[in-house]
Design a protein around this ligand. Structure first.
Ligand code: ZN
Length: 299
């Protein structure tokens, strides 16, 4: 049986918020079984609580946010990606601002901190969502297809007209080891002109070369270069692993995302949810189901 997990100890990280330009502290507290992931806006006097579930999530251009309808926490996707990739089922996330700091633009700072404190197993089975049948969602050029599977598999394809990106595709079965080694380090990326434009308009009050891969028309401007040739599409997988945790528990499916965005991810998940094609299964029940299926094969 797979048991639910939380962190063994509290994790604290602090960094600049790229939207607000403010220094924001995030404390992740271990929690009991079946809590799920719960966000709290600790900087507001009423300390609003936002539990992670698909009704409380919105996909924006370039970020995913959680909201109770009135208060928001932006840029939750890389932290959620670390939770999903490392199989953290339960945690309380105290956020002292309106966004999660971006750090280096990857999920690795979270992964490293969570690995440092380690995990605690809770003696109840993990809950996961399985697909009853295949489903597809499309909007413009973007498309996401979901197929039933016994593990989480993600394939992403991106296209950017840039000599260093072009068409890239990357496919991986997600488990903690593959996630840490192949996905967690991949940074988000942006183009210099867009960054300057957003800074001039005041949309971004923070943000620098230390928060993302920044490209001009030909090259990477970060002195350290890329962490992998296809770091761009690996980051798309990182975002998918994060966004696809917004049901509040893992989604087990084979996912193919073509030219997808945060907005498309969340719209696709909401549409999948409305289509009633998901089944929540506890890991114990699943084991029985698989044994039963295998036996049937041999009968
Ligand atoms: Zn991202």
């Amino acid at each position: 049986m797979e048991y639910q997990r939380t962190l063994a100890e509290k994790v604290i990280l602090e960094g600049e918020g790229i939207f607000s330009g403010k220094n924001i502290k995030v404390e992740i507290e271990p929690s009991e079984e079946n809590t799920g992931i719960v966000f709290i806006r600790e900087d507001l006097p009423e300390k609003p609580i936002i539990p992670l579930n698909i009704d409380n999530v919105i996909g924006l251009d370039g970020a995913t946010a959680v909201t109770d309808g009135e208060h928001f926490i932006y840029l939750v996707e890389h932290l959620l990606s670390a939770f999903h990739g490392l199989q953290i089922d339960n945690a309380i996330v105290h956020v002292y601002g309106e966004e999660i700091p971006l750090f280096d633009g990857s999920a690795y700072p979270w992964v490293r901190k969570i690995q440092e404190v380690g995990y605690k197993f809770l003696l109840v089975p993990r809950k996961k969502l399985y697909l009853r049948k295949s489903f597809q969602y499309q909007n413009g050029n973007g498309r996401i297809s979901f197929k039933p599977s016994n593990t989480l598999k993600v394939k992403a394809s991106i296209y950017f007209e840039h000599p260093l990106i072009g068409y890239q595709s990357f496919e991986i079965e997600i488990n903690p080891r593959s996630y840490i080694n192949e996905v967690s380090f991949a940074r988000t990326f942006g183009f210099k002109e867009i960054l300057f434009e957003r800074k001039n308009k005041g949309i971004l009050k923070g943000g620098s070369l230390s928060n993302a891969i920044i490209l001009d028309k030909e090259k990477v401007l970060n002195p350290e270069g890329l962490r992998a040739d296809n770091e761009f599409v690996r980051h798309k997988v990182l975002d998918i692993v994060g966004d696809f945790f917004t049901f509040g528990c893992p989604l087990v499916a084979e996912i193919e995302a073509v030219y997808s965005t945060h907005r498309l991810h969340i719209d696709a998940l909401k549409s999948l949810y409305r289509a009633k094609l998901l089944e929540e299964v506890e890991s114990r029940a699943l084991t029985f189901l698989l044994v039963y299926k295998k036996r049937k094969k041999f009968d």
